[in-house]
Ligand binder design. Structure first.
Ligand SMILES: *[C@@H]1O[C@H](CO)[C@@H](O)[C@H](O)[C@H]1NC(C)=O
Ligand SMILES: *[C@@H]1O[C@H](CO)[C@@H](O)[C@H](O)[C@H]1NC(C)=O
Ligand SMILES: *[C@@H]1O[C@H](CO)[C@@H](O)[C@H](O)[C@H]1NC(C)=O
Length: 429
């Protein structure tokens, strides 16, 4: 794909792009309001160890301008922790959470941090991003003149070509990271972004999951996760986007976190505790050094492991909780089980020359799957007709690699509050 991209760019008369190839994770600063600087030091160390280059710091307008509020304190903590860790940060101004940003507040906030050691820069300019805000795109001429920032917003509501046509856009992040309905996610929309951007950098989104049920914000839908985490990283390796943003590090309310669960439940929005508590996702972090090495064409770690994930409740074991598959405000709502599979999904990270066999045991019954090609092996086994029970996963590979058995959380038809939990439980070796 790289050669195709370069050929396209050459034909179109553009210079070859700078392939900076950095991977960021989106951090909701609002969910860190109780953090100390040590919390940031610890989480940055975990992210760095997982080959993540930096964080995009999502900040909402009213919380940020609140004098003495937590946002400024947490940005200070984050930049101090990152400065000492060789980690990169940039701001993501959220225009949807608490309304439209005043352009002078944008200028002040960018300027407060743009000269920090850890500020992520593109061609020497501090990168600034957004979540939405296409109607304020015109503000960024003045904002750029005052801050010299490199503007990489997410304007996904406008589609790839609409977003790329907005003024002052230097590059784009897409928020279109989840498939519609029962489909697997493809990179068709990412290809549209690359075409629309005509050589400007594209920041490709990668997310593992999506389920939200927060009546206070009228949000109650899921998008199909299932194979998504593995498929998207394959698409990243094939497409070679300039930049990648993982959605997200800590958005508990939408179930797409990959960072460790918070020490206290208070950071999790009311109502989300029901589906987040105990549903750890951080085992996905261990996959990143392998996937990111494929993306950056560096050597994979000399380390074998297995990661596996599934929902703890079969689809028909309780009420759907009114949850729809697809976002009902702009897609056709379906029943969740029409989209998502009752299955244990797994990826075995074995050496590139080894053929993996993965045994998944659910309630005492073992299903054995052997890869058809050597190297990283992703697949799934159904638990539709197996029923409830304890889960364990063991791997053997043709080069003698043995992993596990590793125990997972038990699958149960005893749903909390009678409602199926559509979030994933993630484990691994
Ligand atoms: C989705 O991907 C999985 C795993 O690669 C594959 O088995 C399945 O057939 C695909 N489903 C659809 C609807 O394309
Ligand atoms: C760092 O990554 C390695 C390999 O994935 C893992 O075994 C180790 O536990 C990680 N350490 C920390 C502190 O996250
Ligand atoms: C997987 O299952 C097969 C068949 O039941 C068995 O022969 C093999 O030893 C198992 N492998 C592991 C690693 O448990």
């Amino acid at each position: 794909m790289l050669s195709r991209l370069l050929a396209y760019l050459t034909c179109a008369g553009f210079a070859a792009p700078t392939l900076a190839q950095s991977v960021f994770a989106h951090v909701i600063v609002g969910n860190t309001y109780s953090y100390t600087r040590d919390d940031w030091v610890r989480e940055i160390a975990i992210a760095s160890n997982a080959s993540i280059d930096g964080f995009a710091l999502n900040i909402a307008y009213l919380d940020t301008i609140n004098p003495g509020g937590f946002v400024q304190a947490q940005l200070d903590n984050a930049y101090q922790a990152a400065d000492g860790a060789g980690f990169q940060l940039f701001l993501s101004l959220d225009y949807a959470a608490q309304g439209t940003w005043d352009q002078n507040a944008v200028i002040k906030t960018i300027t407060d941090y743009s000269s920090r050691l850890s500020q992520f820069k593109w061609e020497g300019r501090p990168v600034a991003s957004t979540f939405e805000g296409p109607d304020s795109a015109g503000d960024w001429g003045y904002i750029k003149s005052q801050t010299n920032c490199f503007f990489v917003p997410d304007f996904s509501s406008q589609g790839a070509f609409g977003a790329a046509a907005k003024p002052h856009v230097d590059g784009l992040l897409s928020w279109n990271a989840w498939p519609e309905g029962a489909n697997n996610m493809t990179d068709a929309d990412d290809q549209a972004y690359v075409a629309a951007l005509k050589g400007r950098p594209y920041m490709m989104p990668v997310s593992p999951w999506f389920y939200t049920n927060l009546p206070q914000w009228s949000k109650n839908w899921l998008w199909r996760g299932d194979h998504l985490w593995h498929h998207r990283w394959q698409q990243v390796a094939e497409m070679q986007p300039t930049l990648v943003e993982i959605l997200t590090w800590n958005d508990w309310g939408e179930s797409h976190y990959i960072g460790p669960l918070p020490a206290t439940d208070s950071a999790i929005p009311t109502g989300a505790q029901l589906y987040v508590k105990g549903n750890t996702h951080h085992a996905w972090l261990k996959d990143l050094p392998h996937y990111i090495a494929k993306y950056k064409h560096t050597t994979r770690p000399d380390e074998s492991h297995v990661t596996f994930w599934y929902r703890l409740n079969p689809s028909n074991s309780g009420s759907s909780g009114g949850t729809t598959c697809n976002a009902p405000n702009f897609q056709t709502p379906k029943r969740p089980h029409e989209c998502v599979a009752d299955a244990v999904f797994f990826t075995a990270f074995v050496p590139d020359n080894a053929i993996a066999t993965v045994n998944v045991t659910i309630g005492g019954e073992t299903q054995s799957v052997t890869a058809i090609a050597p190297g990283i092996f992703h697949s799934s086994v159904s638990f539709n007709d197996v029923g409830d029970g304890a889960v364990s996963v063991a791997v053997s590979a043709s080069d003698g690699t043995e992993i596990g058995p590793v125990n997972g959380a038990a699958i149960t038809t005893n749903c909390v509050g009678g409602i199926v939990n559509w979030n994933a439980w993630v484990g691994g070796s």
